[in-house]
Design a protein around this ligand. Structure first.
Ligand code: IPD
Ligand code: CA
Ligand code: CA
Length: 264
């Protein structure tokens, strides 16, 4: 069993605690689907409650660290080097529709660089965790990106932009290009889990445009520590542009060209 550092213990404990509430609330969703109003407000409350549990747990353990929260925004800490970047519920649309594929994502950013990440999938009890220089793990097992090198044997994941998001046409041309050369493209609905699954070698790569730092910060550490490559797509930095491509070392370069509209 891999030994987690004190820092990772703090992160996984917070995720485990917040997940209990999410799982309880997820159990209620089915009943709410049939109501006229639907479960939207209920989910917003579940999301906020999970964030509060995470903030309370992490503040207790590291009182000086700041936060970047999806729901609560920025909270300055006395320690200006370290801040937590948190998505308390990644995969909200799935959660809202009673689809059991969602996660909690917690990253520690130190001096602008994500250095530790935890992504927890409560329904399947899969805890993905990684710390800079220490490798990436799923529960107690070391994980690595896949070794597939041939595009035609490779499976990719992405996120499809929806109403209110930009770049629909750009996405469609990227999808068309990847479809033409790969074994398939999946859209599961949690960017954090997509990155964790690349780290675990389940698919060879993942790309998405229009994301936020809390969707990707923890996953960046996981993919890097699992031996993969993770960059932005068009230049400008992943955290700033919200565009990300994560893949194993053999396929990252070819995929980057394909997404940019050049042949691999
Ligand atoms: C969303 C998920 C989804 C991605 C969206 C994100 P949320 O996050 O990560 O997979 O396609 O772009 O906004 O809203 O469920 O936290
Ligand atoms: Ca998210
Ligand atoms: Ca969210």
């Amino acid at each position: 069993m891999a030994q987690r550092s004190a820092l990772l213990n703090v992160m996984t404990a917070a995720a485990t605690k917040a997940a209990r509430g999410l799982v309880r609330d997820f159990g209620e969703i089915e009943n709410l689907q049939v109501s006229k109003k639907g479960p939207a407000d209920f989910v917003t409350t579940a999301d906020k409650k999970a964030e509060e549990v995470l903030v309370a747990g992490l503040t207790k353990a590291r009182p000086r660290f700041g936060f970047l929260l999806e729901e609560g925004g920025k909270i300055e800490g006395a320690d200006t080097s370290n801040r937590w970047i948190i998505d308390p519920l990644d995969g909200t649309t799935n959660f809202l529709h009673g689809i059991p594929h969602f996660s909690i994502s917690i990253a520690l950013e130190r001096d602008g660089e994500p250095v530790a990440g935890v992504i927890y999938e409560p329904i399947t009890d899969q805890m993905f965790w990684a710390e800079k220089g220490q490798g990436a793990y799923l529960n107690g097992r070391r994980i690595r990106v896949s070794a597939r090198r041939r595009l035609e044997e490779s499976l990719f994941a992405t996120g499809i932009p929806f109403a209110g998001k930009q770049d629909h046409d750009r996405f469609l041309s990227q999808l068309k290009a990847v479809m033409a050369v790969s074994a398939g493209v999946r859209r599961f609905g949690s960017a954090a889990l997509d990155l964790a699954y690349v780290a675990a070698g389940r698919y060879e790569g993942f790309w998405e445009i229009g994301l936020h730092p809390w969707d990707i910060a923890a996953g960046i550490v996981l993919v890097r520590e699992a031996g993969g490559f993770v960059t932005d797509i068009g230049g400008g930095g992943m955290m700033e542009s919200g565009e990300i491509l994560a893949a194993n070392d053999s396929l990252h370069g070819p995929l980057l060209k394909i997404l940019a509209g050049r042949s691999a």
